[in-house]
Design a protein around this ligand. Structure first.
Ligand code: PLP
Length: 343
């Protein structure tokens, strides 16, 4: 038994996955009378359960072998699968570094898993000293590291991440949803180095396909085999697989868009910093800005009245709102509304 198998819940270890018609026969032409589908199209056939074409395209795009790629119905499905594969409900725990993405905590609650919340330090980096005592705790099974982090926007220190992966015997999940905006090295190609590492990316942000719900997990086959066994067989619709495939063919346009968003983010950051209502704009490795303002609730509500919707994060980080980079026109509109606010 591998070290990673011992981290898996007993019911998952002995799970016999559902074998669907499209798993039994994988060819694409023939007379298909195996899945009780309608013979009349379009969209009458079940999707490819293992998303071969899309995973091959991602493999070429990211330079990662197909066998090390798993796709979920958004990263949200992958987060939920992590809990269901590795954490025994009511007994085991997960760790997050707060403030961070809310879905980790929600998925933990759904699965009856307690969350250890370690506050980020004053530079919004991981407080290794605070986390360390937990790394040897047998009940801690999962650690989520969001880098670049939502809502603080920064990447976590790479050496700290590596230390955690090395010292922890459970599973480390690095969420790189905003990685394409950071210019910093990804961990996606390093899952061969660490058998307990899963790296998540998504089509929802830089790829501009949030509507299609396609999340990616990169990991060793010893871990990914459990994700394939646990997922609903047809978790990504044919329409969504095709949308993602088409998007990957537009790589030139994708790169240009990401570059435009980064340029706009930087311009927005310096313009915001000059406004009287703004107290602080943090540097960002993502497509959004964390901004401390004079009165977050008032500014959030005033902008909302003008139909400009930002995210009020002042419950998590006092005085702060989170602003996504829009088009140049949208950003100008935001700036001109903010200029009008007097406090
Ligand atoms: C937006 C976001 C995601 C993306 O989730 P999907 O389900 O793939 O749309 C994942 N992680 C973080 C931290 C995010 O902010």
């Amino acid at each position: 038994m591998k070290r990673t198998d011992k981290l898996v819940r007993p019911n998952v270890l002995k799970l016999v996955p559902y074998s669907c018609a499209r798993d039994e026969y994988e060819g694409s032409d023939g007379i298909f009378l195996d899945a009780n589908e309608s013979p009349y199209g379009p969209l009458n056939r079940y999707p490819d359960p293992r998303q071969h074409l899309l995973r091959e395209a991602i493999s070429r795009h990211r330079g990662i072998p197909v066998r090390n790629i798993f796709l979920g119905n958004g990263s949200d499905e992958i987060i939920d699968l992590c809990f269901r594969i590795f954490c025994n409900p009511g007994k085991e725990r997960a760790m997050v570094f707060t403030p961070t993405y809310g879905m980790y905590g929600v998925a933990a609650s759904v699965n009856d898993i307690e969350v250890i919340r370690i506050p980020l330090d004053e530079t919004f980096n991981i407080d290794l000293q605070a986390a360390r005592p937990w790394l040897q705790d047998e009940t801690l099974k999962l650690i989520f590291i969001c880098s670049p982090n939502n809502p603080t926007g920064n990447c976590m220190d790479q050496e700290t991440i590596e230390t955690i992966i090395r010292e922890f015997n459970g599973i480390v999940v690095i969420d790189e949803a905003y990685g394409d905006f950071s210019g910093k090295p990804s961990f996606a190609g390093r899952t061969g180095e660490f058998d307990n590492l899963i790296v998540m990316q998504t089509f929802s942000k830089a790829m501009g396909l949030a509507a299609a719900r396609v999340g990616m997990a990169f990991g060793g086959t010893d871990l990914l085999k459990y994700f394939f066994a646990m997922k609903p067989p047809y978790n990504i619709s044919t329409i969504n697989q095709e949308a993602a495939l088409r998007r990957l063919k537009e790589t030139g346009e994708l790169t240009r868009r990401v570059q435009t968003i980064i340029t706009e983010r930087n311009r927005l950051a310096s313009r915001l910093a000059a406004l009287p209502v703004v107290e602080k704009v943090w540097p960002s490795d993502s497509n959004f800005l964390l901004v401390r303002v004079k009165d977050a609730d008032y500014i959030y509500n005033t902008l909302a009245e003008r139909k400009i919707i930002v995210r009020n994060r002042s419950r998590e980080i006092p005085g702060c709102i989170r602003i996504t980079t829009g088009t140049p026109e949208e950003n100008e509109k935001l700036l001109s509304e903010l200029e009008k606010i007097e406090l």
